[in-house]
Each structure stands twice: as structure tokens, then as C-alpha cells.
Design a protein around this ligand. Sequence first.
Ligand SMILES: [Zn+2]
Length: 258
Amino acid sequence: MHRLLLFAGLLTLCACTTSPTGRNQLMLMPDSQMDQMGLQAFTSIKGKTPVATDRSANRFVQCVATAITREVGGNWEVVVFKDDSANAFALPGRKIGVNTGLLKVAANQHQLATVIGHEVAHVQARHSNERVSQKFAIEQGLGLVNALASPASGTGQTLMGLLGVGAQYGVLLPYSRLQESEADMLGLDLMAKAGFDPRESTRLWINMSSNNQGQPPEFLSTHPSHSTRISDLTRRIPSALQLQQQAKQQGRNPNCRP
Ligand SMILES: [Zn+2]
């Protein structure tokens, strides 16, 4: 009986949960717990991957990330990892990781802003909460944070995958096509509002898929490309250009150099 009431309560809660684009979402995890999970995952990654000391790379990434996160607010921790695989991620709890390898694919500030905007959009739309909710029951909540403290365990590996940090840290669990489209659209608006050129977004995705190193970038394993991605973005670019124009008029005109 008690359980049934709890379940009914959750369903009511779920019905009111919609994503920024108006999509219904299943959200069972308290956001505070998702933040804790993001923090724990970030700590695990920092324990495994060296931080890049290259000053110009750090300055470049911080400059772009600061411009993007200013649009969503809050204090974000941004770390550049010394890792040749082209990857980046953002976690609940306002954590952003960018690998040095990504800087070879993202050719300028606008393309890096495309990736960071897309990543921050995943966090803004609470996609990790949705993914964890689909996989685990709510009673496991606190246990899940603990599981992330031992990322090599089975649950730890699955959770790292659900947080979207990439195959090297856990089980490979790509974002769904719906979540990808949502992050593309929200991310595009976000980069434009920060003053970056939204037209570079399609070039970034083309760079991603035509990476001439032979194998596709790590980033695409968790953020799969779909056939309509470029046309969907292209259709939204005119309105994004207006947002960029407004941003420039308000003095938001970033000049971050690699
Ligand atoms: Zn994505």
C-alpha cells in the first residue's frame, strides 16, 4: 500500500516533468543526488587521467567554456585532460571535461563552443537523470553515488556510461537520438547567445565524421551522429544567427584563441 502510494506520487511527479523542448521525461532521481554522482564521476576521472598543463590549451578551453556557462549561470569547474582521444563531456553538478585530442577536431572557438554548448545542453535538459531513471529504481539512489566511488564495479561502469563520459571510463551507452537532437538544438542556441557563430556547428559535425585519423572520434561513440543532424541544425541556423546578433549588440563577442 505504502509502495503503491509512493509509486502514484512518482507518476504524478513524472507527468509534470518536461524537457526544455517540451518533451515528457521520466525523472526519478533528486537533482542533488545527480549532482553528487557527477562530482563523484569527475573525481574518478581526475584520478585516472592526467590534467593538461599546456597553458594556451587551458586558456582557450576556459575562455570558450566561460562564455557558454555564463548563459546558464552557476559556477562550473572546467578541466582539460591530457588525452589524445577526441572527447568532451559535461556532468550534473556543473563539471566539464575536455580532452586535448578534441582540440585537433574543433578547429576554432566556434567549433569548440559547439561541443561545449551541446554538452552543457545535455546537463541543462537533465539527460543523465532521465537515463539513470530508466535504468535504476529510486530506492537505489544513495547506493548509486557509492557505486561511482568504485568505478570499476559493474554498477559503477554502467553509471559512468549513463553519465556519458565515454567508453574508456565505463560501459558504452550512447545518448538516444531524441536526446542528441535536443542537445543539438539547445546547444546551438546556447553558443549563439554567448556570441559564437552558429554556422560553425555544422562544420564541426562534418569534421567529426570525416576525421582523417582513420577511426571516428571517441566523442561520436557516446554522441552518435544521425542522418538528419546537419539538416536539422541548418534549418535552425537563421534564428540562431539572430540570437548571435543580439548577443554581439550586448557586447558578447568572444575572442578565444587556440
Ligand atoms: Zn550528445
